[in-house]
Design a protein around this ligand. Structure first.
Ligand SMILES: Cc1ncc(COP(=O)(O)O)c(C=O)c1O
Length: 468
């Protein structure tokens, strides 16, 4: 038993038994400890002492429809009573209906494989593209290129695909066949160039790297439409179309990771759909907003060509071996009946209430108000975002990454003390843990946006000025 067990047994048991993600437990408990949340309504969550918090983290950027949606609860309960489980080695109506709905939303990638998480969706995508190239008789095409600062998950292959140095530390050797190019990071351009004079040098970094690797060895490129956990890096509007064109030039598959940016988060159903028809991914991965966090579920959606090539049913591929081939991946809970039923109800809410459009409007208000309220603040280096995914990049007079990271931690803690929950970049890299991230439920009301901005301004006035 730890000495610090308190009168409340739950806090003691937490300290004794829970291993929290991405957490140094000494610092966690030396500080205020984790919040113990017990309830939520709309954009508000309530802790065990009854204190409300405006949740500008959206749980983990996923509770898009907000807390307390009884229609999602009813969907779960109905499905649980009817058929609580059956794997997708057979079939069931909610998974079929959800696959159909996703195919309607993403017509270029109409074949859906369900997973338990965003990490697994990306793993599945990597396996499928590698198998695809083998079936096309090009086994040497196995490399997957991503970008600096990107995050695609916590499994070994997704860590290898991502570009967050601190998260890989201690976990190697990672799988081979992954690499990164420059991030589209205009605020601190890796090439010290300025848009548009740069002519999208960061996008062309894919071209350079594909040539360097040998195009015949590159299977796919993976990008988030906006690098979310890496610090809300919003590329120029024409960036993604340039990347798509480079992929086409070398016949490299384009995978778009919409785990954060999907389902209205950035003001459209999917982030890449705003970048025009030239951006037509071969694979789209998703999770988070798919069921708004009410159930754990992810998915990878594929172009017909990938599915049919692996199955040996697509004209022009290798002749099928024996009875044809198949994708050798199984997960017990992928496409779980309850999770898919809840996701369907969630998509109904998103559509009926026009939440992607609302995210765009509220996000614009949030950005504009932040720009006004924080104008000229010496610790605020950049404010950026799209829809309800916003980053506030901080810096200190010393220019030291460690002091900027410490300031960012203090700002997050101070906002929590004011009843406002916000996120921050964590373990991204040596000079990247300096960005406060706002991603509230898409139902956040206008007056809640105002309250959030007031809180951030007051906190920075108090906490930030101590750093000058
Ligand atoms: C862009 C992106 N991809 C993938 C993932 C991994 O998703 P999960 O945590 O569901 O495994 C995340 C998680 O935050 C993410 O931000």
């Amino acid at each position: 038993m730890l000495e610090s067990l308190t009168a409340d047994p739950l806090r003691g048991w937490d300290q004794e038994h829970l291993w929290h993600p991405l957490t140094a437990h000494g610092a966690l408990w030396a500080d205020a400890g984790p919040l113990m949340l017990v309830e939520g309504h709309g954009a508000t969550v309530i802790d065990a002492s009854g204190r409300p918090y405006l949740d500008a983290t959206g749980g983990l950027w996923c509770v898009n429809v907000g807390y307390g949606r009884q229609e999602l609860v009813a969907a779960a309960s109905d499905q649980m009573a009817r058929l609580p489980f059956f794997p997708l080695t057979q079939s069931h109506p909610p998974a079929i209906r959800l696959a159909r709905r996703l195919a309607e939303l993403l017509p270029g990638t109409p074949r859906v494989f369900f997973t338990n998480s965003g990490s697994e969706a990306n793993e599945v995508a990597f396996k499928v593209v590698r198998q695809y190239w083998r079936r096309r008789g090009q086994p040497e095409r196995f490399k997957i290129l991503g970008r600096d600062r990107a995050y695609h998950g916590s499994t070994l292959a997704t860590l290898a695909a991502g570009g967050q140095a601190a998260r890989r530390q201690d976990y190697g050797p990672l799988p081979t066949g992954f690499g990164q190019v420059a991030a589209p990071y205009c605020h601190r351009c890796p090439f010290q160039l300025t848009y548009p004079a740069c002519d999208l040098r960061c996008a062309d970094d894919f071209d350079r790297r594909i040539q360097h690797e040998g195009p015949e060895t590159v299977a796919a490129v993976i990008v988030e439409p906006i690098t979310a956990g890496g610090g809300v890096l919003v590329p120029p509007d024409d960036y993604l179309a340039r990347v798509a064109a480079i992929c086409r030039k070398y016949d490299v598959k384009l995978m778009v990771d919409e785990v954060v940016t999907g389902f209205g988060r950035v003001g459209a159903w999917f982030g890449h759909q705003e970048r025009g028809p030239a951006v037509s991914p071969d694979v789209v991965t998703m999770a988070k907003g798919l069921a708004s966090g009410y159930q754990p579920i992810g998915a990878a959606a594929f172009a017909d060509e990938l599915f049919h090539t692996i199955e040996g049913t697509f004209p022009g591929t290798l002749p099928p071996t024996g009875a044809g081939d198949h994708f050798r991946h199984i997960n017990t809970y992928g496409g779980h009946p309850v999770a898919t039923a809840v996701a369907l109800a969630n998509l109904d809410v998103l559509a009926r209430e026009g939440l992607p459009e609302q995210s765009r409007a509220r996000g614009a208000r949030l950005l504009q108000e932040l720009a006004q309220a924080l104008a000229g603040h010496p610790s605020v280096r950049d404010i950026r975002g799209r829809g309800l995914l916003v980053g506030i990049e901080l810096g200190t007079a010393s220019g030291e990454p460690a002091s900027a990271a410490a300031l960012t931690r203090r700002v997050v803690a101070d906002l929590r003390a004011r009843g406002l929950l916000v996120g921050r970049t964590t373990d991204v890299g040596p000079d990247a843990d300096n960005i406060v991230i706002l991603a509230p439920p898409l139902v956040i009301a206008e007056d809640e946006v105002d309250r959030l901005v007031d809180g951030v301004a007051a906190t920075l006035a108090a906490t930030g000025s101590a750093n000058m």
